[in-house]
Design a protein around this ligand. Structure first.
Ligand SMILES: [Zn+2]
Length: 142
């Protein structure tokens, strides 16, 4: 199932809200599958739950089909770099965003396995972009 993606111009309140953690063992597999269908349909490389109107701490990343539940960033690397970013909630809008090249993160995957990994480059950038969505932050804030 493909969800409509909320646009900032029409859904500012939802996109600005802070998301809450998901309770463990809650079955969200169907939701996750639908989010992947939606992301691919819109040619996105990442998608957060708030963008489909659900303010929970969940997002997906196209690289390695990562599912990120209740994430935290444990440590930021030393290097930062600028790159132009877009957002499915802000069509035709591109902003140069300064992000960390590598980050150490902790999260649960779709099997509710706890993961602690270091990610870098594009994965790190997408993670930080989607993580911002969970905090109600968007690329226009940069
Ligand atoms: Zn976005």
């Amino acid at each position: 199932m493909i969800y409509p993606i909320l646009l900032y111009k029409n859904n500012r309140n939802i996109l600005r809200r802070k998301s809450i953690n998901i309770k463990k063992k809650l079955n969200i597999l169907e939701l996750i599958n639908n989010m992947f269908d939606t992301m691919y349909n819109y040619n996105g490389i990442g998608l957060s739950a708030p963008q489909i109107g659900i303010n929970i701490n969940l997002f997906i990343i196209s690289i390695n089909k990562m599912v990120i539940i209740n994430p935290i960033i444990i440590k930021f690397g030393k290097k930062k770099y600028y790159k132009k970013e877009g957002c499915l909630s802000l069509p035709n809008y591109y902003v140069n965003v300064l992000r960390y090249k590598s980050i150490l993160i902790e999260f649960y995957n779709e099997k509710w396995e706890k993961k602690k990994i270091k990610i870098k480059n594009l994965s790190s950038r997408i993670f930080q972009h989607e993580y911002d969505h969970l905090k109600g932050k968007l690329i226009i804030d940069y």
